[in-house]
Design a protein around this ligand. Structure first.
Ligand code: RP5
Length: 213
């Protein structure tokens, strides 16, 4: 029988030993405790947008699915399911090899009351920054409750969208192009509020509701 977890662990270590140039490796690692977290972590097709949506649609990053064959986009991210409780060896290997594999920041999300993936990953990957996403409200305490000296940046429950923005903010200190994309994204938000404000004022409340309803 093949051991799917062991083969991922081995692969991560092999990739860490490759010493590939930065431009060909993912800058951001997105990991989650279960594929049942995907709608929150990536964004759901019919619901709230998430990390995948902001990274690809708003900030122009591409998802790298083959470590040895990067997409054309200069900035990329990768996605894995890594369970702290069911695959602690995979969590350890992912966090331990993250820097050597070229990652600059990890976004880690988990649900349940014992959402240990973000904080354990942060401890093992240190000093690489980790942005934690509590996938559910009941996960917030376990994600943010790190002891002094063991840092983790965290967002509110379900806000993988903001986790992605925070991760790109980290990268933008080194990459002016990403800084410009972040600024353009924010200007778009500002413009949107201005347009909506003018429309609401000029159409009046019933007219505005009718138009958007
Ligand atoms: C956590 O348990 C995962 O992050 C997920 O939110 C939750 C349930 O996982 P599944 O039972 O759906 O795989 O570890």
């Amino acid at each position: 029988m093949t051991d799917a977890v062991q083969s991922l662990v081995d692969q991560l270590h092999e990739q860490a030993a490759m010493d590939r140039p930065d431009a060909g490796t993912p800058e951001i690692g997105v990991i989650m405790g279960s594929d049942s977290d995907l709608d929150v972590m990536a964004g759901s097709e019919e619901g709230r947008p998430g990390a995948y949506d902001v990274l690809t649609e708003h900030l122009g990053l591409a998802e790298q699915t083959d470590y040895g064959d990067p997409p054309e986009a200069r900035f990329t991210f990768e996605t894995f399911v890594v369970s702290a409780h069911r695959t602690p060896d995979l969590m350890y290997a992912y966090a331990e090899t993250a820097e050597a594999r070229g990652l600059d920041v990890i976004i880690a999300g988990a649900g349940g009351k014992s959402a240990d993936l973000p904080n354990m990953t942060a401890s093992i990957a240190y000093p690489l920054p980790v942005v934690g996403v509590p996938v559910q409200e009941k996960s917030v305490d376990s994600v943010i409750g790190m002891p002094q000296g063991a840092p983790l940046v965290a967002v509110d429950a379900g806000k993988s969208f903001n986790a992605a923005l925070s991760a790109v903010q980290v990268l933008a200190r080194e990459h002016e192009e990403l800084r410009e994309r972040l600024v353009a994204y924010h200007e778009g938000l500002r413009e949107g509020v201005g347009t909506v404000s003018r429309d609401l004022h000029e159409l009046g409340t019933p007219g505005f509701r009718e138009r958007d309803g």
